[in-house]
Design a protein around this ligand. Structure first.
Ligand code: ADP
Ligand code: MG
Length: 333
């Protein structure tokens, strides 16, 4: 018989070597290593907002945890435990098996134990709380950027946003993206690979860090606001996604890379003296790292062309009704 208890046992109970007590009791028991702080973050995934309700459940499972791992990475911390609060409209065992396979593939890849959660009936909604550890006072925060720091970003930006834009395109604006190219871009949207190892490696080097979930400009903007500084970015140094149509539609590519969400790359600032060290870290980890600009005193985010001339957001088509659109915001009109 399908009971709540059986579902939890079958789909969400796995060994939890990093916990003193995992799924099955009223609560889990964890032990943080001496000299460490517990790092906690929650990200909710809502059908229709963060994923299509009919998306492949494997990807929904993977991504619901991956976006949480990304937050822990951005703190320079080690992910260790997670809880999963799940509201399901119906019990579909095929769906659940695939969802849990995606979730645990991600959990295993990043060393996360699922230690508890809640399972209820309701509109499809997935809320994951992730916990990790970091040595006391070593976490990478948003407020540590210093004037003179270089601004870096990992990987390439814009592919996930392109995939999403194509999927929801109603007026043919992205007809130039063919099925093959969409198939190539979809994994970037559905299976983000959080930069866990990079976050750890940056702990002793970077002054500040954030993961890019809502777009480079929006997320870097959070670092700048919290640190009371500004930044100058060189547009030509941004690591744009490699697209078949990047050359024919450069302004779309630029928009996606600057303000598209779902990249789950890390953006960080570090002293210029650490430049070579950071390049080495990237080589060791096999993660491309691009220096895209520097931190400046005035509290503004400025974009520069190859000649050092200021390029306005309006020129880039990133303004609507005179208001700058830096990235995704759930509540802006
Ligand atoms: P309670 O009624 O005490 O809240 P539950 O019946 O909700 O207990 O949960 C029983 C056990 O199963 C608890 O240890 C809880 O953490 C775990 N659990 C429930 N749902 C999930 C889930 N989706 N994933 C992982 N663990 C879960
Ligand atoms: Mg419960």
């Amino acid at each position: 018989m399908t009971t709540e208890f059986n579902l939890i046992k079958r789909f969400f109970t796995r060994p939890t070597p990093q916990a003193d007590l995992g799924v099955g009791d009223d609560a889990a028991l964890l032990r943080v290593q001496d000299g460490h702080q517990l790092v906690i973050s929650t990200d909710m995934s809502v059908a229709g907002t963060h994923f299509f309700a009919d998306a492949a459940p494997y990807f929904i499972g993977w991504k619901s945890l991956a976006v949480n791992v990304s937050d822990i990475a951005a703190m320079g911390a080690t992910p260790k435990w997670a809880t999963l609060a799940l509201a399901l409209p119906t019990v579909n065992e095929v769906w659940l098996a695939e969802f849990s396979r995606g979730f645990f593939d991600c959990a295993n890849k990043f060393g996360v134990d699922l230690i508890g959660g809640d399972t209820t009936r309701g509109p499809l909604n997935i809320s994951v709380t992730i916990m990790g550890e970091v040595p006391v006072n070593k976490a990478l925060l948003r407020d540590g950027a210093k004037v003179g720091d270089e601004v870096w970003v990992s990987g390439q930006l814009g592919a996930a946003a392109f995939a999403l834009a194509k999927l929801i395109d109603k007026n043919g604006a992205f007809d130039y993206i063919d099925e093959d190219e969409l198939a190539r871009l979809l994994p970037e949207l559905h299976m983000p690979q959080p930069r866990a190892a990079l976050g750890l490696a940056l702990r002793e080097v970077a002054h500040s860090a954030i993961d890019i979930s809502d777009g480079l400009l929006a997320d870097l903007g959070h670092i700048l606001a919290r640190s009371n500084v500004g930044a100058e970015l060189v547009l030509g140094h941004i690591p744009y996604a490699q697209l078949k149509y990047g050359d024919t539609h450069p302004s779309d590519l630029q928009k996606m890379a600057l303000t598209g969400g779902d990249d789950y790359e890390l953006c960080f600032t570090a002293p210029a003296s650490a430049h070579e060290q950071i390049l080495q870290i990237g080589q060791q980890l096999g993660v491309p790292l691009s220096c895209i600009g520097r931190v400046v005193e005035n509290a503004q985010l400025t974009l520069l062309d190859a000649l050092g001339h200021v390029v306005t957001l309006n020129q880039l088509g990133l303004e609507r009704d005179g208001i700058a659109r830096y990235g995704f915001d759930h509540f802006s009109a």
